[in-house]
Design a protein around this ligand. Structure first.
Ligand code: 5GP
Ligand code: ZN
Length: 135
């Protein structure tokens, strides 16, 4: 994808604040961070989203995130961490190249939890379960 910004960054054609790199991934600091250290795991190959990325590459991305998360805890002293991965503009995806957000959390970071809980009835939950199971 020659016009994809994350392809260019992942391949090193555009400079970035890289905090981890191997043959298949680059992890960069987000330039609009939610918190101090907010980073993005970018596969070097272009995949649009979760539906597109091969299972093995997804598993490898999770392993990279775990490594980086450990160093964030150690070096930045975060107290918690969110792993976020948006798929489709309805879910907040703005760059259509698969990426995992690693968002370190601090008690004074002034950020929120991602969603507001709703209160479906027990029947509604059963209906949704059956729909997903194809029953
Ligand atoms: P999404 O909303 O697609 O899940 O996340 C895209 C993220 O990429 C956003 O958090 C945004 O700040 C970040 N971002 C967009 N363009 C660039 C860029 O050119 N460089 C860096 N470092 N981050 C970017
Ligand atoms: Zn791309």
């Amino acid at each position: 994808m020659s016009d994809c910004i994350f392809c260019m960054i992942a391949k090193g054609d555009i400079p970035s604040n890289t905090i981890y790199e191997d043959d298949n991934f680059r992890v960069i600091l987000d330039n609009g961070p939610a918190t101090k250290g907010h980073a993005l795991v970018l596969p070097k190959e272009h995949y649009a989203d979760l539906f597109d990325i091969p299972e093995d590459t997804l598993a490898d991305a999770a392993k990279v995130a775990k490594k980086v998360a450990a160093s964030m805890k150690d070096k930045l002293g975060c107290e918690g961490l969110n792993l976020v991965q948006n798929n489709g503009s309805v879910a907040g995806q703005t760059v259509m190249h698969f990426h995992l957000h690693i968002i370190p959390r601090y008690s004074d970071d002034n950020q929120k939890i991602l969603w507001k809980p709703t209160q479906p009835s027990a029947e509604e939950l059963v209906k949704i379960r059956d729909t997903i199971l194809g029953e």
